[in-house]
Design a binder for this molecule. Structure first.
Ligand SMILES: [Fe+2]
Length: 308
C-alpha cells in the first residue's frame, strides 16, 4: 500500500498526579518516540488527556514539544476541574470542534462533551454533567450542521475524531448518533466522503465496519477503570495514588499508527502490553465485558483494510 497520510493516535492518557497511577509524562514520551520513528505526519489525542490542564500544563507542553504537529479532541474529564476556556487555552486548540486538511485528507475533530437539559445543550465544565447521565454525550444542533457542512464541502476524504463513539449501541455512545450516521450515509451515497471514525473514552479495543465506514474504538494509553475497587496493589502504591484501587494498569503505553491511501486502504499498527503487578480485571470482581460486550485487553489491534 502506498500511503498518503500516516498519523499516530492515542486516547485516555489521564494525567492526574496523586489520583491516577498513569505515569503519563513517561507514557507520552514513548508514544511520541514511536510516532517519530514511524515518520508520522501528526499525533492525535482522542481526549481525557489531563484532568486539570490549567493546574498541570506541563503535559500539554510536553505534547507540543513532540517535534511534529499534534492535535487534541476534547474528552469529558479534560474540563472536570476547570472551564472549557481554560482547557482550550492550555491545549492551544483553535475551538472545541474544528478541522484541518492534511496530506489529501480532512481530519474533523468533533466535541461530544455536551449534555441536554431544559431545551438547551450545555458544555461539560467542573463536572456539571455528573447529574445528567441520560443526556450526556450529545452533539448540539449547531455542531451537527457544522459537521454536515464540513463533510459535504470537503475536497478530501474525511476522518472523524472525537472522544465518544458514533457506532456504539450500548454503553454511552453519542446519544444522537443516528443523526450523525444519517449525515455519513447521505455523504457517502455519491462519492466516498467519510471513510473512518476514531474515538476513545471506553478504554476498549475494537474495530467495526459499519456501512463501509471503519470505526476504530481506541483503547486507553494507560489503564482500565473499575467501578468496584480492589486491594491487589501494594500498600505503598495505594498511599501514593488516591484512585489506584479503581485501576488495572497497562504495563506499556498503548498507541496506534494509522496509514491511509486515497485508494481506500487503511492500515492500523497497534500495540501490546501486559498488566502492572499482573493485576487483571478478572481478578478484581468486576465484569470483564463492558456494556457493548467488549473485553478489557492491554492492547490495540492491528489491521489492514480496503474500503473501496
Ligand atoms: Fe472519557
Amino acid at each position: 500500500m502506498k500511503h498518503q497520510l500516516r498519523f499516530a493516535v492515542f486516547a485516555d492518557l489521564h494525567h492526574y498526579p496523586g489520583v491516577f497511577h498513569t505515569q503519563a509524562r513517561e507514557r507520552l514520551q514513548c508514544i511520541l518516540e514511536r510516532a517519530r520513528q514511524a515518520s508520522a505526519d501528526c499525533v492525535i489525542s482522542l481526549g481525557d488527556f489531563c484532568h486539570a490542564p490549567g493546574r498541570y500544563p506541563e503535559i500539554a507542553e510536553d505534547f507540543r514539544a513532540a517535534g511534529l504537529p499534534v492535535f487534541h479532541a476534547l474528552g469529558n474529564h479534560d474540563t472536570d476541574n476547570g472551564s472549557l476556556a481554560e482547557a482550550l487555552e492550555t491545549y492551544k486548540m483553535p475551538h472545541q470542534y474544528y478541522y484541518i486538511d492534511l496530506k489529501g485528507f480532512r481530519l474533523i475533530f468533533i466535541d461530544s462533551n455536551y449534555y441536554r437539559h431544559a431545551g438547551g445543550h450545555t458544555h461539560f465544565e467542573f463536572r456539571n454533567y455528573f447529574d445528567f447521565p441520560e443526556t450526556r454525550e450529545t452533539l448540539p444542533p449547531e455542531q451537527i450542521s457544522w459537521l454536515q457542512d464540513c463533510i459535504m464541502s470537503s475536497p478530501h476524504p474525511c476522518i472523524i475524531l472525537g472522544h465518544a463513539s458514533i457506532e456504539r449501541e450500548g454503553g454511552r455512545g453519542i446519544r444522537n448518533r443516528e443523526q450523525i450516521l444519517k449525515i455519513f450515509r447521505r455523504a457517502n451515497a455519491g462519492k466516498r466522503r467519510v471513510i473512518m471514525a476514531l474515538n476513545g473514552h471506553y478504554h476498549r479495543n475494537n474495530l467495526r465496519i459499519l456501512e463501509n465506514v471503519a470505526y476504530f474504538d481506541v483503547n486507553s494509553a494507560s489503564f482500565d477503570w473499575l467501578n468496584q475497587p480492589h486491594r491487589l496493589f501494594p500498600e505503598s502504591l495505594c498511599r501514593q495514588y488516591e484512585m489506584v484501587q479503581h485501576q488495572v494498569i497497562y504495563s506499556e503505553a498503548l498507541s496506534a499508527i494509522v496509514s491511509l491511501s486515497q485508494q481506500g486502504d487503511i492500515q492500523i499498527e497497534g500495540s501490546q502490553a501486559g498488566f502492572l503487578h499482573d493485576v487483571r480485571r478478572e481478578m478484581t470482581g468486576n465484569t470483564v465485558l463492558d456494556p457493548a460486550g467488549r473485553p478489557c485487553q492491554a492492547e490495540i489491534l492491528s489491521a489492514k483494510l480496503k474500503l473501496y
